[in-house]
Design a protein around this ligand. Structure first.
Ligand code: AMP
Length: 104
C-alpha cells in the first residue's frame, strides 16, 4: 500500500485541503513553493504509464479539482501543475499525484 493510500485510509496523518469521493488533496510535507498541494486519486495507480482507459474520467476530475482548489485558495492567477513519471523524473511515491505549486 502506498503512503498516500495510508493517508486516504487515515492510517497516517496529513494536512487535508479537500476531499471528494474519488480524490483527496493534501499539503506536500516538504513544500517547494508557498503553496504546494498534491492532488491524489483514491484509486492506487502506480504511474501515469499504468493508466487504463477506465481512468480517463478520474484523470479529468483531478484537473477539475486542481482548478477548484486554486480558486478556493485565491491562487488562480497563476500556478503550475505537474506529474513526475518514474524515479529518473523525480517520482518517489508510486501512486500518481498531480503537483500544484504557486508562490502567490
Ligand atoms: P514525487 O516526488 O513526484 O513522487 O512527489 C511525492 C511528494 O510527496 C513529494 O513532494 C514529497 O514531499 C511528498 N510527500 C511524501 N510523503 C508525504 C506525506 N506523508 N505527506 C505529504 N506529502 C508527502
Amino acid at each position: 500500500m502506498s503512503i498516500f493510500s495510508k493517508i486516504i485510509n487515515r492510517e497516517i496523518p496529513a494536512d487535508i485541503v479537500y476531499e471528494q469521493e474519488n480524490i483527496i488533496v493534501i499539503k506536500d510535507i516538504f513544500p517547494k513553493a508557498k503553496t504546494h498541494l498534491l492532488i491524489i486519486p483514491k484509486k492506487e495507480i502506480a504511474t501515469i504509464n499504468d493508466l487504463q482507459e477506465d481512468d480517463r474520467w478520474l484523470l479529468a476530475d483531478m484537473f477539475f479539482v486542481a482548478k477548484k482548489v486554486a480558486r478556493d485558495l485565491w491562487i488562480e492567477e497563476w500556478y503550475k501543475l505537474s506529474f513526475n513519471v518514474w524515479e529518473k523524473a523525480g517520482q518517489e511515491v508510486m501512486h500518481i499525484h498531480l503537483h500544484l505549486l504557486s508562490n502567490i
